[in-house]
Design a protein around this ligand. Structure first.
Ligand code: NAD
Ligand code: MG
Length: 380
């Protein structure tokens, strides 16, 4: 029986993780749940999964939550609560399902305790990949990716030798604007950008998919997870999202992992690896899908993808600057303060202006994230 702590249990990945856990009551129990502010969903999850503790980030909601929930559960709400939860409580697997930079410090605490991390929160690896992978090795922890592309690559690499990999091929749906002209980006609305053709996800990653920053972040994530140089990580557009990614080996052979777009599968894999457990999730009906297509990404149209490759090549704190600028720019776009086309422009400005530090420690990364947020917030 494995005890699971879910950071971000009320979000898209968090809810799907509980959908998986619900199917295997003799394998997994819920040690802890955390949420930003959604106490109506969190209280239902507490009733069903009976965790020992929960973290609610929004302090004003903690009292309200304790009034709704009339069962024995410790409710924690302090500035440092996520880090404390990861540090102190008893659990075996941490599911990193928080969005953005906020996932970094609690994930590091779990790594220091040698836990298994089922990692959806790609931003953790984007901003601090070098430190995170070093700590994983030093502490005997493990990161099993939940991001579908990286889960696919992870599965393709089982039984293989990393030295025999020629390249990783990350597939990208291309998002809702795949077939739009670049000129459309000036007037693209929030609703249009949130209308992803294949995946239902949280709003930040959905906008990242529309700009293709999501694929850029995934290139950086793949670099740290699999230890391959940027030249060996390609992106190919595959609008059907059936092949979740591929590995090409030195003999030219390509292995792919396929499935319908459903995050339950990579979540389950990350929880049960190296085992595979039988489930009744929907199966992939290939004749029904009929057609799988592939083409090159348009780096001129999707500038964010280009910027992410550049940040990875630059190294140091460039990926941290890229990520922080993107988080703020996406937030501004979602609030209607800037145009869709301004997202890459703001990120470019931050990469130009914020000083890059090579071999940053965690304090430098936290400072860089803060400076970049301030910089973007103070631009008009
Ligand atoms: P979401 O917005 O649906 O959920 C985010 C969760 O994190 C919520 O529970 C929210 O309460 C919590 N949260 C947000 N900000 C917080 C903060 N500052 N402090 C504490 N808690 C906070 O997001 P999502 O779509 O589930 O994505 C989560 C992560 O997984 C992201 O990093 C995303 O890139 C990655 N991911 C998601 C999918 C997907 O299908 N949704 C696929 C691959 C990777
Ligand atoms: Mg992905």
């Amino acid at each position: 029986m494995k005890k699971v702590l879910i950071l971000g249990s009320t979000g898209s990945i968090g809810v799907n993780a509980l959908n998986v856990i619900r199917k295997f009551p003799d394998r997994f129990s819920v040690a802890g749940l955390t949420a930003n502010s959604n106490i109506s969903v969190l209280s239902e999850q507490i009733k069903e999964f009976k965790p020992q503790f929960v973290v609610i980030k929004d302090k004003s909601k903690a009292k309200e939550l304790s009034e709704i929930v009339n069962q024995n559960v410790e409710i924690i709400s302090s500035e440092n609560a996520l880090v404390e939860a990861a540090q102190k409580y008893d659990y075996d697997i941490l599911i990193g399902a928080i969005v953005g930079f906020a996932g970094l410090t609690p994930t590091i605490e779990a790594i220091k305790r040698g836990k298994r991390i089922a990692l959806a929160n790609k931003e953790t690896l984007v901003v601090a990949g070098e430190i995170v992978t070093r700590l994983v090795a030093e502490n005997g922890a493990e990161i099993i990716p939940v991001d579908s592309e990286h889960s696919a690559i992870y599965q393709c690499l089982v039984g293989e030798n990393l030295n025999e990999v020629e390249k990783l091929i990350l597939t990208a749906s291309g998002g809702p604007f795949l077939n739009k002209e670049k000129s459309f980006f000036d007037n693209a609305t929030v609703n249009e950008a949130l209308n992803h053709p294949n995946w239902k996800m949280g709003s930040k990653i959905t906008i990242d998919s529309a700009t293709m920053m999501n694929k850029g972040l995934e290139v950086i994530e793949a670099h740290w997870l699999f230890g391959l140089p940027v030249e060996k990580i390609d992106v190919v557009i595959h609008p059907q999202s059936i092949i979740h990614s591929m590995v090409q080996f030195v003999d030219g052979s390509i292995k792919a992992q396929l499935g319908i777009p459903d995050m339950k599968l990579p979540i389950q894999y990350a929880l049960t690896f190296p085992e595979r457990l039988s489930n009744n999730f929907e199966r992939t009906n290939l004749p029904l899908i009929n057609n799988l297509t592939f083409f090159e990404p348009d780096f001129d149209k999707f500038e964010c993808l280009k910027l992410a490759y550049l940040a990875l090549q630059t190294g140091g704190t460039a990926p941290c600057i890229l990520n922080a600028a993107n988080e703020i720019a996406v937030d501004k776009f979602l609030k209607g303060f800037i145009r869709f086309s301004e997202i890459p422009k703001l990120i470019n400005k931050a990469l130009d202006k914020i000083e890059n530090h090579s071999n940053p420690d965690i304090e430098t990364i936290i400072e860089c994230d803060k400076l970049t947020r301030e910089f973007i917030n103070n631009l008009n």
